[in-house]
Design a binder for this molecule. Structure first.
Ligand code: PLP
Length: 930
């Protein structure tokens, strides 16, 4: 009994999102037990039994990792068996600390026992610090061997013998002997960068461990179950799971035929039999060098080292005006010399031109496209705000109709004004209780497309714009959304704003929910005979897509494989989720018809791109790609695991949970969109298999790294709470709502960061407890009233009303697109505008009896950050009520001292007379015909 109180319950690996984290936790637990044994704990025997069990439970997992490896594992076992408790504690400490800090990646001492080296202080600083320039990045190579276990040591040794001083990287081989064990190694081992498959191995795992079985069952899809050829089936599975891995196949099949087949497309190289070990070794290093190379950054470093005289307009280049200055020398000291040495406004010296890349920027963009799964990519140095406008302007012409989420980022609304395309606004589902919108469901998008079809306007519906994921973490079912839309209009273009979601590409779980992940899937599906059969059956039962058929809204629609054009654009704020400098963004493209719009894309790129793009932003885009291709899997898995633990810690903490709550998937997504019944990460009964089921089937999924932390229960609104965290606890947040703040976890966060937040929440909760206990009835009543006001008395969210008739081509029609650009430019004339105070009687009078109030501006309150009015929109009571209840200071497009800016009824009437819609129509006619 006593032992139980001191030793923790061993958590199943399946209770972790990242089983690799579970492994490290087990080592830490083992180390604690070893310390107890060395200190001579009272309940010695039960602790000893527990330590033996824990070590045994680690043994199969360690077979998938090179460190600590068979040698140190055998020594640890021996020390346990010979009751060398001090030695057992020292070695388990060394291993546990090395794993926790990853010091084994560059510290040779981690690989020895204490008797084999000088006394050793475990490295707890980030790897590389203090180890100088000579450090070689470390990785591991998985070898899948058909040989007996007794031959594995020789296989490992054989590869080690091929190492040379001149190698740029160093790797350790990990040998496994079956299909299932190879899959487990790819899941569990973050260090793997390459896999060498020697054909002829069996399927089943060599370990009969229930945890591992469950991990496999959840993550190895049924289609990966043995076909005729295990080698290529395994290669395909691994490619799907971790596309960054370089996969080599050594086989005695007819390699010439295999190498040229589709089967080999997932392989980096094919080798014949065992004859080419040196070639394999060199290929492995070459593959890593390819991912490691950052063409633009590498050149920039070289450029910075050259003694270049500059005679162009950029005084900071080379830094002489700074380092010699009497007054701004601290600028140089703060930023360091390299920033200035690496600056130039020229495109010579190997720096290439972002506007017309032909050299290293071109190659860097190709690599980024590969990493993110697109056909091509374009670096953008002014944020996704600009990336979005580039795509709008490149793909749209005046008069085109765009189906768009009304609460998407403002860059899209402005992009539409620039392009002259007409928005067909669709509202996302509301989360009134948190004063935020969710995301755009498939049904209303289909409804809009069918309405356009019924009105004969489908040919003008050019693009759908969606946010994935939303600021608050709603992740769309990208695949199903696109398939169902393509069933109605097979050449529809999709712009997925993935400003927050770039990292998702590097998660085997989230990847399916990215634009590029789904575009690749659609390409495969359209070629697959099994899909064609499904489509034929669908076609037989549903017939032609008839917009009068209401049943279509509730039927899962399938597109015609002969008609579909895959035209998908994704924009990522690389700076928001990867290691790029602020404003580093990218457009990723998978468009079968790109050749047709390429000239317009260029024009649009030229329109929006500075002729002085920042070199450092470009370089960090290049570097962020390198990092994600080499350690994205590890970083993203860790971030998700951390976020899930933080959610659990907040909601299960007895004190914190009295006042605060991390909103669960169940609370953030209405039940009708969670078809799998998924409720929460880490809830009782939760596991990875259930998460994957939700990811595959549910209409919406909650990104676990975006935590809506409800603070209304602590009687604080989002802004107040954000201010408190910043002022008292040095904790910075970005987004708030009426009763919540958003806690974002990314690849930069650590367990210590999470502990910092938990400590702050606990301190605040304790202070609240004290205040309420000591403040008496009045204090408690005040507190309860404030909580009620924040949590229950929430304003309804104003849906998009409609465009004023002056901006609609057919006011009697049902489709709601409008000529927003005409309204925007009408407002440019002050004589066409008037102001009304938000609380004035006149405004109430106009709402009641007209003439209609029509917004002249985009009005965007922060929070919630979406336009509650757009130019040309009729303002309704709902919007005014919402605005009157808003207690935020920052409202873009609204000046409280002047009032709401409206388009004058007379100006609207005159516009109707001039029929601007008709003028637009004539230009549109030509575009539609074109
Ligand atoms: C959904 C969405 N898209 C685009 C942007 C703009 O991105 P950037 O800050 O990179 O310009 C934001 C910014 O918050 C956003 O939330």
């Amino acid at each position: 009994m006593a032992a139980k109180s001191k030793t923790e319950v061993r958590k199943e690996l399946t209770s972790y999102f990242s089983a690799a984290q579970g492994r490290v936790d087990r080592w830490r637990a083992l180390h604690r037990l070893a310390r107890m044994l060395a200190a001579g704990t009272a309940d010695f025997e039960s602790v000893r039994v527990r330590a033996a069990e824990d070590l045994a439970s680690l043994a199969p997992i360690e077979e998938f990792c090179a460190y600590p490896g068979p040698r140190l594992m055998a020594m640890l076992r021996e020390r346990l068996q010979t009751s060398d408790w001090a030695g057992f504690a020292r070695l388990s400490q060394r291993i546990s600390v090395s794993l926790l800090s990853n010091s084994y990646r560059d510290d040779p001492e981690a690989w020895r026992t204490e008797d084999e080296s000088e006394p050793h202080t475990p490295e707890v600083l980030p790897p590389g610090i203090g180890r100088g320039q000579s450090r070689k990045p470390y990785f591991e190579v998985l070898v899948v061997s058909p040989g007996e276990r007794s031959t594995w040591a020789e296989t490992r040794e054989g590869l080690r013998r091929l190492r040379r001083e001149t190698d740029s990287f160093v790797y350790e081989p990990v040998v496994v002997g079956s299909f299932e064990d190879a899959a487990l190694a790819a899941i569990l081992n973050y260090n793997l960068q390459a896999v060498v498959i020697f054909d002829g191995f069996p399927y089943p795992s060599q370990h009969d461990v229930s945890d591992l079985r469950e991990i496999l069952a959840a993550q190895v899809p049924p289609e990966a179950v043995p076909g005729t050829d295990l080698g290529t089936t395994l290669a395909k599975l691994l490619r799907n799971f971790r596309p960054e891995l370089d996969i080599y196949l050594a086989t005695d099949r007819d390699v010439d035929a295999l190498a040229g087949s589709d089967e080999a497309s997932c392989l980096r190289r094919v080798f014949y039999g065992l004859e080419e070990m040196l070639e394999i070794h060199l290929s492995i290093l070459d593959g890593i060098a390819d991912r490691y190379a950052t063409p633009f950054f590498d050149n920039l470093k070289k450029y910075a080292q050259r003694p270049i005289g500059t005679f162009h307009a950029l005084p900071v280049a080379r830094g002489k005006s700074i380092f010699k200055s009497n007054w701004i020398r601290d600028m140089g000291e703060f930023y360091g010399a390299n920033l200035f040495l690496a600056e130039s406004s020229a495109t010579t010296g190997g720096l290439d031109s972002l506007l017309e890349p032909t050299g290293n920027i071109k190659v860097a963009q190709e690599k980024a496209a590969r990493a993110l799964g697109g056909d091509r990519s374009f670096f953008v140095t002014n944020g996704t705000s600009t990336a979005n406008k580039i795509v709008h302007m490149a793909l749209l012409k005046p008069g085109d109709i765009v189906l768009i989420d009304r609460d998407c980022h403002k860059s899209h609304h402005y992009g539409l004004v620039l392009a002259g395309a007409q928005p067909y606004y669709i509202d996302a589902f509301p989360l009134t209780q948190y004063s935020m919108y969710g995301s755009l469901a498939i049904r209303p998008i289909k409804q809009a497309l069918l309405t356009l079809k019924a009105e004969g306007k489908l040919d003008r519906a050019k693009m759908v714009v969606l946010t994935n994921c939303t600021f608050d973490g709603h992740v769309a079912n990208v695949l199903q959304t696109m398939l169902e839309c393509l069933a109605i209009k097979p050449d529809l273009i999709f712009l997925w704003d993935e400003a927050w979601f770039g990292f998702a590409r590097f998660s085997p779980f989230l990847r399916r929910r990215t634009a590029m992940g789904a575009a690749a899937k659609i390409r495969d599906m359209m070629k697959d005979p099994a899909y064609r059969d499904r489509y034929e059956a669908f076609r037989k039962s549903v017939g032609e897509i008839d917009p009068r058929n209401r049943k279509l809204l509730d039927t899962v629609l399938l597109p015609d494989p002969d008609k579909v054009r895959v035209r998908v654009y994704e924009t990522d704020s690389v700076h928001k989720s990867m290691s790029a400098l602020r404003q580093g963004s990218i457009v990723v493209v998978a468009d079968q018809d790109f050749h047709r719009i390429e000239p317009m894309f260029k024009e649009s790129f030229f329109t929006h791109t500075s002729t002085s793009p920042n070199q450092q932003i470009i370089a960090t885009l290049d570097l962020a790609r390198r990092q994600m291709e080499l350690e994205g899997y590890e970083l993203v898995q860790r971030a998700i695991q951390l976020a899930i633990e933080l959610r659990r810690d907040i909601n299960s903490h007895p004190l914190i949970s009295k006042y605060f709550h991390a909103a669960t998937a169940e609370e953030m997504i209405p039940a009708q969109y969670r078809q799998s019944g998924f409720t929460d990460f880490g809830a009782p009964g939760w596991n990875v298999a259930k998460t994957i089921k939700a990811l595959d089937g549910d209409e919406f999924f909650l990104d676990p790294t975006r935590i809506t932390l409800l603070c209304g229960g602590a009687a604080m609104d989002g802004s107040q709470f954000k201010g408190l965290l910043a002022a008292e606890y040095d904790i910075q947040l970005n987004k708030t709502s009426r009763n919540s703040v958003l806690v974002q976890i990314n690849i930069n966060n650590t367990k210590s960061d999470a502990a910092h937040l938990i400590k702050a929440l606990a301190d605040i909760s304790r202070a609240l407890d004290k205040r309420l206990a000591e403040g008496g009835g009045a204090e408690q009543a005040n507190f309860a009233a404030r909580v009620k006001s924040l949590v229950e008395d929430v304003p309804d969210l104003p849906d998009f009303s409609r465009f004023h008739d002056a901006f609609r081509e057919n006011p009697k029609g049902s489709s709601n697109e409008g000529n927003m650009r005409a309204a925007f430019y009408l407002a440019a004339d002050p004589a066409a505008c008037e102001h009304l105070k938000i609380n004035s009687k006149e405004l109430d009078e106009r709402l009641k009896n007209g003439p209609e109030l029509v917004s002249a501006k985009f009005v965007i309150p922060y929070p919630p950050g979406f336009p509650i009015m757009v130019p040309g929109q009729v303002i309704t009571q709902e919007t005014i009520t919402f605005m009157r209840k808003l207690d935020v200071k920052e409202i873009h497009g609204y000046n409280a001292s002047l009032g709401l800016e409206l388009l004058k009824p007379s100006a609207l009437a005159a516009l109707k007379g001039k029929a601007p819609a008709a003028a637009e129509k004539s230009s549109r006619k030509s575009t539609v015909e074109a």
